[in-house]
Design a protein around this ligand. Structure first.
Ligand code: ADP
Ligand code: ZN
Ligand code: ZN
Length: 844
């Protein structure tokens, strides 16, 4: 069928343009334009990038005003149709624009922007003839400055406007004049941020007798050419030109001559940038499964073989061999010609993790993580789209890997909050994974030692939810090692006994004995809730951001104070700006303080510190871990980074400096997050032959999250936590939508926020949804607020929030979105911002 009309979502971020626009398909592009194609289209006076979301037949064309598509940007559409469908689903589910969903799915390299290219207008070119000299003869009307520009453009063929402006500074007006006179013409083309990497190769074009004849034909002067041809014939495959030049020490001219004689061909071929090019990974074979692993493997394999959608929640204690299960099920998936996606939290995409997947699947694996350059990431992504790999492993956004025939999606550490994107589109990769798997009839494995309450509750209750996962459990470690003994240390008691150090006596003794025995220690500091602000001990002054209601963070390296919300920075004061006191204290990043104290208590101790400061450089993370593995460190000290996925045989002690820093945060998941973190950290100790020991220092030793984490008792923790959630109607007993409104004017904002909440209430009442969640009914909706947000002002904009809490399967997202649109429409003040966060993870 011939489609003549394409519906295009344009890259113009505004509410008004969040719908498909019609464009006609020029003859030359027919057959090439598909759903998912990326195109350049005229929009207003500009050319913008867009995505084709559907095609229509000729007959549906309603007017001649429809403009044609200007440019087709890729021959193979970057998005397969199922991802376009997924973007539509995401926009509905998360109340975000289509363009933001589509943009989230492609690598940054393809977020092209229009560039203006300038060339000499066609008719002008003809009248000037070929020689630039004739310009001066034929065009007496041009001034000297104009001539200079036109001559330059003509000589270059076509240049970007930016380039021209740099070359002729201050003469933009003249260029503009030349364009409006029609001497120069302008085209807009979408330019990608990154290009395919090309290399020149050279190969012989002759063989056998022909080659013999060629070789004997060279004169003495052409000795070098002969050498090159001989070399090419010996190797027999195309070689990179660079390589030939450097190994034979010849010039490009020599090879060029050979080409002119017809004995060789120089070609540009595209190469993939490979971030792991120079790394060798030791191959591994599947391990003999333990009985527990075997049960799990069989269940998942059966589902894979069925080729129907299914979800499994794999609850396995740390070190129970979940990763081995992932590896073996992936093997099964790809042996049936289907592909697999593995999602891991960014922070645990450690070299160790990479090694395990590369070791098993080698070049079948593409890696997507944020430490890659745009170009590297783009190339990994192309390997996926072009079917050159079968497994993609990466953080959150790897869920959009453009595989055509997905069989399996693994989500490791499924409880991690980093799976939720905090910027638009505010999607949760778990829900996206489930939806994508349904599209493909694929299997999802959600793995964790501490499943999120949402997943666990869904699996346990198998309620009305047809996507409820099947629960699979693994309670033993294949190594036979036991979970480490965990001791809770009451820091209040330490203080009472006169110990003011950040190390309890027990932890101190523990570290000392590890030093003696040559074993290793991991020290963990919870960064959440651990502020690094500056405070005056005389008057209590705390340095805050002038634009945002939040305290500034101290950065030791640059000795300044920075706002993490708006980027404001100021030198750190040495006296208090309020009272002039010199007793102004800097709390450096928590880890630095711990490091300092360790050095004091244990002279000569070797500490490997891992935090945002020491791992900002590329490869730093890897180097630090390698140093620790090679036992160049006695202590590995760090934040969240040391809690996940690390596996060192000689670590026999884990210390948690302060377990409860995050417990007092205004977040209903505070206890859950603390429990998860403590369990993770404790799992780092004694994973091999040597038994492990863990000390958790806390000021709240009775808190159930601390108590149950120390007992490795997930079930008891969940039981208490669910009781609490049920009482307050928090997830998993309800769904939440957080709406944040912001504006520079406080009174106006407050009124708008109140109207907004009122409108929701009214509409919900009319629909029969509104009602207290305490009442016994399967459908209920309540809206709380507006109240000032926990950070009440950011970048000089005041913030208020409302929380919609509901139960039932009504389209509440649709309702909230509708009211947000009407609010905007009625106010006609585009500076009011309304942000909608469905299933929020961050309540700050
Ligand atoms: P998890 O992902 O659950 O934390 P891992 O997959 O990292 O657990 O396994 C923990 C350790 O047990 C690893 O060193 C791994 O090589 C080993 N292991 C896993 N499965 C087996 C098995 N079937 N036989 C022997 N060792 C195993
Ligand atoms: Zn002061
Ligand atoms: Zn600020």
């Amino acid at each position: 069928m011939n489609f003549r009309l394409a519906q295009v979502i344009v890259d113009v971020p505004s509410r008004e343009t969040d719908r498909p626009f019609d464009y006609s398909i020029p003859k030359s592009m027919q057959g090439w334009i598909e759903v998912g194609s990326r195109v350049g289209v005229p929009f207003g006076h500009r050319t913008v990038q867009g995505f084709v979301v559907s095609l229509k037949k000729d007959s549906e064309m309603d007017s001649a005003r429809i403009k044609p598509i200007a440019e087709l940007l890729d021959l193979v559409p970057p998005l397969p149709p199922d991802l376009v469908e997924l973007a539509e689903w995401m926009s509905r589910k998360y109340a975000c624009s289509m363009i933001s969903s589509l943009q989230a799915m492609i690598p940054a390299a393809l977020k092209g922007k229009a560039e203006r290219y300038i060339s000499v207008a066609e008719q002008e070119k003809e009248s000037y003839g070929d020689s630039a000299d004739s310009l001066f003869v034929m065009q007496p009307l041009l001034t000297g400055e104009e001539e200079e520009i036109v001559t330059y453009v003509k000589a270059s063929g076509s240049v970007t406007l930016d380039h021209l402006n740099t070359r002729f500074p201050g003469q933009a007006g003249i260029t503009k004049g030349l364009i409006s006179q029609g001497v120069l013409s302008e085209v807009q083309l979408i330019k990608d941020k990154v290009r395919k990497k090309m290399v020149k190769t050279v190969a012989a074009t002759v063989s056998g007798n022909e080659a013999e004849a060629a070789l004997s034909s060279f004169t003495a002067q052409a000795r070098r050419q002969k050498e090159v041809l001989q070399f090419l014939l010996e190797v027999g495959i195309p070689l990179s030109l660079q390589e030939v030049l450097s190994s034979l020490r010849v010039t490009a001219g020599t090879v060029k001559k050979l080409e002119e004689k017809g004995y060789a061909v120089i070609e540009e071929v595209e190469v993939f940038r490979d971030p792991y090019q120079n790394r060798r990974f030791k191959g591994t074979e599947p391990l003999q499964r333990t009985p527990e692993q075997d049960v799990v493997y069989s269940r998942i394999s059966a589902a894979l073989d069925d080729r129907t959608f299914g979800t499994f929640l794999l609850h396995g204690v740390t070190g129970s061999g979940k990763t081995e299960v992932y590896l073996q099920t992936i093997e099964r998936c790809i042996s049936s010609e289907r592909q697999a996606i593995v999602l891991v939290p960014e922070i645990s995409l450690t070299p160790q993790m990479v090694e395990r997947f590369k070791g098993r699947f080698g070049s079948k694996v593409a890696l997507l993580h944020s430490r890659l350059s745009h170009g590297e990431r783009y190339d990994e992504w192309r390997k996926i789209r072009e079917g050159k790999v079968q497994v993609a492993i990466g953080a959150r956004s790897a869920i959009f890997a453009p595989f055509r025939n997905l069989g399996l999606i693994v989500m490791d550490e499924e409880h991690e909050t980093s799976y939720k994107q905090e910027e638009t589109p505010k999607y949760h990769a778990r829900d996206v994974a489930v939806h994508r798997a349904r599209q493909h009839g694929a299997v999802v494995i959600l793995g964790s030692a501490t499943p999120s309450l949402e997943s666990y509750y869904a699996a346990r209750s198998q309620a009305d939810d047809k996507f409820a996962p099947v629960l699979l459990e693994m309670k033993q470690r294949p190594s036979g090692s036991h979970l480490p003994a965990v001791h809770i240390v009451d820091m209040r008691e330490e203080l009472r006994d006169g110990n003011r150090s950040m190390f309890s006596r027990a932890l101190h003794a523990g570290i000392a004995s590890r030093l003696e025995r040559g074993e290793q220690t991991v020290l963990f500091l919870n960064r959440r809730g651990y502020s690094t602000f500056v405070m005056c001990r005389t008057c209590g002054y705390v340095a805050g951001c002038p634009e945002c209601d939040i305290s500034l963070t101290y950065h030791q390296k640059s000795n300044n104070l920075r706002c993490h919300y708006c980027g404001y920075a100021t030198p750190a004061p040495s006296v208090c700006p309020e009272c002039g006191s010199e007793h102004i204290r800097y709390f450096g990043t928590g880890t630095q303080r711990v490091e300092g104290e360790l050095a004091k208590l244990f002279p000569g101790i070797r500490v490997v510190r891992m935090d945002v400061d020491t791992t900002s450089e590329k490869g730093a993370h890897e180097k630090l871990l390698k140093a620790f593995r090679e036992k160049k460190g006695d202590v590995l000290l760090g934040t969240q980074m040391v809690a996940k996925g690390l596996d060192f045989p000689d670590v026999t002690l884990v210390g948690v400096i302060a377990a409860d820093t995050a417990l007092n945060l205004p977040d209903f998941r505070a206890a859950e997050k603390t429990f998860q973190l403590l369990t993770q950290v404790a799992g780092r100790a004694g994973r091999h032959q040597l038994p492990g020991e863990v000390f958790i220092q806390t000021y709240m030793p009775e808190h159930y999250s601390v108590v149950h984490a120390s007992g490795h008792d997930y079930d008891s923790f969940v039981r208490e936590e669910l009781k609490y959630r049920k009482g307050l109607h928090y997830p998993p007993y309800s769904k939440l939508i957080l709406v944040t409104l912001s504006h520079e004017k406080l009174p106006l904002l407050l009124r708008m926020a109140e109207n907004f909440a009122g409108d929701i209430r009214l509409k919900a009442q009319r629909l029969g949804w509104y009602g207290n969640l305490d009442r016994f009914s399967s459908e209920a909706l309540d809206i709380m607020g507006p109240v000032a947000s926990p950070i009440p002002r950011i970048k000089n904009r005041y913030r208020f929030q409302c929380m919609v809490k509901y139960r039932g399967s009504m389209d509440v997202v649709g309702l909230v979105r509708e009211i947000a649109l009407t609010t905007h429409h009625n106010l006609r003040d585009s500076s009011l911002q309304i942000s909608i966060d469905v299933d929020p993870q961050m309540l700050m």
